[in-house]
Ligand binder design. Structure first.
Ligand code: HDE
Length: 705
């Protein structure tokens, strides 16, 4: 006979107002009582047992009749929705945009009308090529998508951390993405462009050369999502109340300056903490260190567009900031993490077509294509045209129209009228058009209907060259190294050579170094440029990360190796100096349970030494006691900690007692990137040195190949 183990076999006890039942196997489970909510099915039916399926006897078959089990499993089986075809891995946060001054002379957009006005915002950062579970430090473009919930509806500025794109016409996007993602026959590589298909496509698409330089730069391995720029990329229009249009390019400038990691570090971070970027953002917001960017506008008119040597509709080109300065008009602050990752970060749906009155598109053929793709993809991903009813996507203003029904309709109109015009009037009559409603800028268009691109789009190398020449020598070396690394993973020599043939049009020195690094048998001839390369474009210092780094060490993190007996005064001084700078200190000890310092105080450690490699930190401090250093000198991961910090050009503070560890790591002659902490006052000196972020002079010394 069927038996209910709960009633027959279980001992029942009370813990507070919760009844605890002990199962036949000794396991416990709770029955709700008092303030604890009752477990129910999706239909609201209270559940009596969530531990056992309904069976015929304790060893008998399970019954199909068990509706609670079937509903629970059914829901679980359908938990996944299709991941984004690009930008699958992302991390979102809430915040606001605050306008500095009224921009009414430029645009009728409501959010820009009043000084000091705050508009709620949601931002989703992402990588492009990797799947949802891919590591954060892939060499990749970062998405920087901003949804602004304005009083006149949602404006989505769906940007990236690089101001240009690979291709000029949306029709090439599926090809680009197919080539970048895993190869179709083998299903790898994951989240990497270092493979034949990607570089084959690039080598056959000269329009991608400017972007190729950008993605081989350190822009694609940011240290933190907080330390990177964002760009709307395309030329948009601002339109004021009188209907006057001004062209605009949108920029986001990080308050904490730009910073990237080095490639070898990125590779190791991906193993040590694949969630490095999302954890960093989470930690910053949770600790009240709210990330901030300024919104910048580059504004120009038709006269400028006429004179500029490139086409302002070509998304593979920038307008240097030195040519059109960036006017800072407001700030974006992220001050709240999501309550639920799926509901918000996963279900947020950005659409480039979401613009508000006062903001308009241009004919950029990439933007025009995007305006189709984003709406279309949301239907596939979220499964219903009612995705705008999901709270994260719903405007924070009244929505009123006669669109009705469909899957999961949450917003259903009352009354008889579901069409307009109608004669029901009043409340039943429903919405009417408004004079303030969105009006497209009445641009005059003409021309033959053809599949063509404008003439200036054919300049593929001039700005790639300008970008390269705007980098400092350290950055140029990183670009060269990145090309050599990526192309070394390309198995087809002809593809490697084809890329070098393009690089010859960018910078001969770079091309030669890459050819040399690849061991190319012979130098290929330069690719034939469709338009002459403009060799004399002035360098744009704004394009250098190292030239535009942080002004302080704020928001950065030092990892300190500590052991029992670590000098109390040194540790305290370091902690205080970092706190005064707005930087963080993380302690790494032989045991995560903590350590006892020289003053006999017990401190908790954040990491055990093999779980906190130095790649997770911006700079390191070696503070073991003499005995501790002798112990760590025998620990391979402690040696790696020191050696990696050295190889990645990090500033290294060390207590005199750390000598055995430095000796063991082979670092017997400290360079100027080392700061000896002989007294607590030296901690301040170390933090001041760290403002340079890295001791780049060392880098050349640690690479011979
Ligand atoms: Fe996207 N892109 N894209 N893209 N894109 C998507 O929309 C597309 C492009 C960007 O965090 C998709 O909702 C086309 C440029 C970001 O949810 C899809 C073209 C820029 C995100 C799509 C481009 C971007 C996307 C996939 C060439 C920088 C993530 C999922 C014409 C200005 C948004 C989705 C998020 C996502 C299409 C090129 C940025 C398929 C057709 C240029 C940040 O609709």
């Amino acid at each position: 006979m069927a038996q209910d183990p709960r009633t027959d076999d279980l001992a029942t006890a009370r813990l507070g107002n919760v009844e605890v039942h002990r199962g036949a196997g000794g396991e416990t489970h709770q029955l709700a009582g008092g303030d604890v909510p009752v477990l129910t099915t999706q239909q609201g039916i209270p559940v009596s047992d969530d531990q056992n399926t309904l069976k015929v006897g304790p060893r008998g078959p399970s019954l199909l009749e068990d509706f609670h089990f079937r509903e629970k499993m059914f829901h679980f089986d359908h938990e996944r929705i299709p991941e984004r075809v690009v930008h699958a891995r992302g991390f979102g946060a809430h915040g606001y945009y605050e306008n500095y001054d009224s921009l009414a002379d430029l645009t009728a957009a409501d959010l820009f009308q009043r000084a000091g006005e705050k508009t709620p915002a949601f931002v989703r950062f992402s990588t492009v090529a990797g799947n949802k579970g891919s590591p954060d430090l892939a060499r990749d473009v970062r998405g920087f998508a901003v949804k602004l919930y304005t009083k006149q509806g949602n404006w989505d500025l769906v940007g990236n951390n690089i101001p240009i794109f690979f291709i000029q016409d949306a029709i090439k996007f599926p090809d680009l993405i197919h080539a970048a993602k895993q190869e179709p026959d083998r299903g790898f590589p994951q989240a990497q462009t270092a493979h034949d298909n990607f570089w084959d496509f690039i080598s056959l698409s000269p329009e991608a050369m400017n972007m190729a330089l950008w993605i081989m730069s350190d822009r694609t391995i940011p240290r933190s999502l907080r330390f990177m720029e964002g760009f709307g990329i395309h030329t948009f229009r601002l339109v004021n109340a009188e209907g006057k249009s001004t062209y605009v390019k949108f920029h986001w400038k990080p308050k904490l300056g730009m910073q990237s990691v080095v490639w070898n570090e990125a590779v190791k971070i991906n193993g040590a903490d694949p969630d490095f970027h999302r954890r960093d953002m989470w930690d910053a917001i949770q600790s009240g260190d709210f990330p901030e960017w300024e919104l910048g506008l580059q504004l120009f008119d038709d006269d400028f567009a006429e004179k500029f040597p490139f086409d302002i509709l070509d998304a593979t080109k920038i307008i240097p900031e030195e040519v059109i300065p960036v006017r800072r008009v407001g700030r974006l602050v992220l001050d709240r993490t999501v309550d639920n990752f799926f509901a918000e970060t996963e279900q947020v749906a950005f659409c480039t077509q979401n613009v508000v009155p006062g903001i308009d598109f241009t004919n950029d053929p990439l933007l025009q294509g995007r305006n189709f793709s984003y709406l279309d993809t949301q239907l596939k991903r979220l499964g219903s045209p009612n995705f705008t009813h999901i709270p994260i996507n719903a405007p924070k203003t009244e929505v009123c129209n006669f669109q009705q029904d469909g899957h999961m309709a949450m917003r259903n109109p009352k009354g008889r009228a579901n069409y307009e015009p109608n004669s029901w009037g009043g409340a039943l009559g429903g919405p009417r058009e408004s004079r303030q409603g969105y009006r497209s800028f009445p641009a005059e268009e003409s021309g033959a209907k053809r599949r063509v691109r404008a003439e200036l789009f054919a300049d593929h190398y001039s700005q790639a060259r300008q970008f390269f020449l705007s980098q400092n020598p350290v950055e140029q070396t990183h670009i060269k190294d990145a090309f050599v690394f990526e192309l070394s993973k390309v198995e087809t020599p002809a593809i490697r050579a084809r890329i070098v043939s393009h690089l010859l049009n960018v910078d001969e020195g770079l091309a030669k170094q890459v050819a040399d690094g690849l061991g190319l048998a012979e130098m290929p001839p330069a690719a034939d440029p469709a338009r002459p390369v403009l060799r004399d474009l002035e360098a744009s210092p704004a394009l250098s990360i190292l030239g535009n780094g942080p002004k302080s060490f704020a928001g950065r993190k030092v990892g300190a190796l500590v052991t029992d007996g670590t000098d109390h005064a040194l540790l305290k001084a370091l902690k205080e100096a970092l706190a005064a700078e707005g930087a963080m200190l993380e302690l790494i000890a032989p045991k995560v349970g903590g350590f006892t310092c020289s003053a006999g105080h017990r401190h908790e450690a954040k990491q055990k030494v093999n779980g906190g490699p130095s790649v997770l930190y911006d700079a390191v401090a070696l503070l073991p006691s003499a005995e501790g250093a002798a112990l760590l000198a025998k620990e391979a991961t402690a040696k790696d900690f020191v050696n990696d910090a050295y190889a990645h050009a990090k500033f290294i503070a060390f207590a005199p007692t750390a000598k055995p560890l430095l000796d063991k790591a082979g670092l017997t002659e400290p360079d100027d990137g080392f700061v000896a902490l002989t007294s607590p006052a030296d901690a301040k000196r170390f933090v001041e040195a760290c403002r340079a972020v890295r001791f780049w002079a060392r880098e050349a010394k640690v690479h011979a190949v």
